[in-house]
Design a protein around this ligand. Structure first.
Ligand code: NAI
Ligand code: COI
Ligand code: MG
Length: 369
């Protein structure tokens, strides 16, 4: 059977491998029906450190670069918290993002009708919510130099992280936001801190210029990032696309996650720039981390990771029909009342990670019949 593409699975640590197992079953389901991918797998994060002494082995990075499409689980955990900074599992993830040039992180926050009551907010505030957070992913304070801790003569330590953005980094992420808004409801909110940060002033000015010169038909609002966090909780449906930097995007997307009911529901796609053939490197990962507090118990919600696979089908392989089908399977399973512990509601049926995977496969069977 002809392979339609090649995917590298990097399950990582904690609940990463648990939720990825369910994605592999979904990939197998599509494979049995003709959508066959060549599949590779490797270690990343703490698992890679245990084997190789580094969170991302050079051979793994090479594989990710050559294959170009990565399904990532999650990394990190208390066992690795005291490692030297560069050996920490999270550095493996950051290196992948940087080395693959994945500057655009799309984090949709969608409230499924069946889960409106599982949100931390009142159902009427979140019913029908559909936000797309567009987070800049390879610049800003997570990567800026200097990034160091030095010792001061008085015995104190001094830690420095550098928030830095260039015009072109802001321009390209702004374009991603505006282009997405044109396919949605034509509204962009750009979040920064132009009241206190130089990088915020450049961000606001650049986004405004890209708007005025290339996307004048899109409605643009500038919002201070702290106010944006507050507005997301106060009146989330005022937003459609939110474009923001690396740090603010990290925080705002965790806030948005709770609007949807659980961090276990939020997928993401991290995309690079298209090459001359229009192909872009990409990595798909749930927004959540390795959840050490529940790891190993088989209770993690695999839906964020499964939804990330749906984004992979859509964005890397132009398989919109199959992605739609998978999204419908998720909606159906939730409508039928199946819930992992994090989204459990009274009257619903509580299921484990693998049972949730089985329910998704069953819904796919019924949708395909
Ligand atoms: N992309 C990644 O690999 C990320 C890794 N991390 C790392 O993960 C470790 C834990 O970080 P935390 O701050 O605790 O964030 P976390 O996202 O791992 O967990 C936060 C809370 O959400 C719950 N949760 C997360 N995903 C869930 C799921 N699929 N189903 C059910 N409940 C879920 C957890 O049980 C926990 O109570 C740290 O080492 C951190 O650096 C954190 C965020 C992203
Ligand atoms: C490097 C990650 C652990 C940062 C993060 O929380 C995220 O990207 O969501
Ligand atoms: Mg985060």
């Amino acid at each position: 059977m002809t392979e339609q593409g090649h995917i590298l699975f990097l399950p990582g640590d904690g609940i990463g491998p648990e939720v990825m197992e369910e994605v592999k079953r979904v990939a197998g389901w599509f494979g049995a029906r003709g959508l066959v991918f060549a599949l590779d797998e490797d270690l990343v994060g703490g698992a890679a450190y245990d084997r190789h002494g580094v969170p991302l082995a050079p051979a793994t990075l090479e594989k990710a670069t050559t294959i170009g499409t990565v399904m990532f689980g999650a990394v990190g955990g208390p066992a690795y918290d005291d490692l030297p900074f560069e050996k920490r599992p999270e550095r493996g993830l950051l290196a992948l993002r940087k080395e693959l040039g994945l500057f655009a992180n799309l984090r949709p926050a969608l409230v499924f009708p069946a889960l409106a009551a599982a949100s931390a907010l009142k159902p009427e505030l979140v019913e029908g919510l559909d936000i797309m957070i567009v987070r800049e992913l390879t610049g800003g304070v997570y990567f800026g130099e200097p990034k160091e801790v030095t010792s001061l003569p008085d015995g104190q330590e001094r830690a420095v992280d550098t928030q830095v953005y260039t015009t072109s980094e802001i321009e390209r992420i702004a374009r991603v936001g505006f282009e997405l808004a044109q396919k949605r409801s034509n509204r962009v909110a750009s979040a920064e801190k132009s009241n206190v940060m130089k990088s915020g002033i450049l961000w606001k000015k650049t986004v405004q210029r890209i708007h005025d010169t290339e996307f004048a038909g899109v409605e643009l609002a500038h919002v201070l990032a702290d106010n944006c966090a507050m507005q997301l909780v106060r009146q989330p449906k005022q937003f459609d696309v939110i474009v923001t930097d690396n740090l603010f995007g990290d925080i705002l997307s965790d806030v948005a996650a709770m609007l949807t009911g659980s961090l276990g529901m939020l997928p993401s796609a991290s995309l690079g720039a298209p090459d001359q053939h229009g192909r872009r490197k990409a990595m798909y990962e749930p927004v959540h981390g390795s959840a050490p507090d529940i790891a190993g118990r088989g209770i993690a919600n695999p839906l964020a990771c499964i939804s990330s696979f749906s984004m992979l089908l859509r964005y890397s392989f132009e398989r919109g029909a199959e992605a739609d089908m998978l999204d419908r399977a998720i909606t159906r399973v939730l409508d039928e009342g199946y819930r992992t512990a994090d989204i459990m509601q009274s009257g619903a049926t509580r299921v484990s990670t693998s049972e949730m995977g089985s329910r998704i496969l069953d819904a796919l069977d019924r949708l395909a019949a």
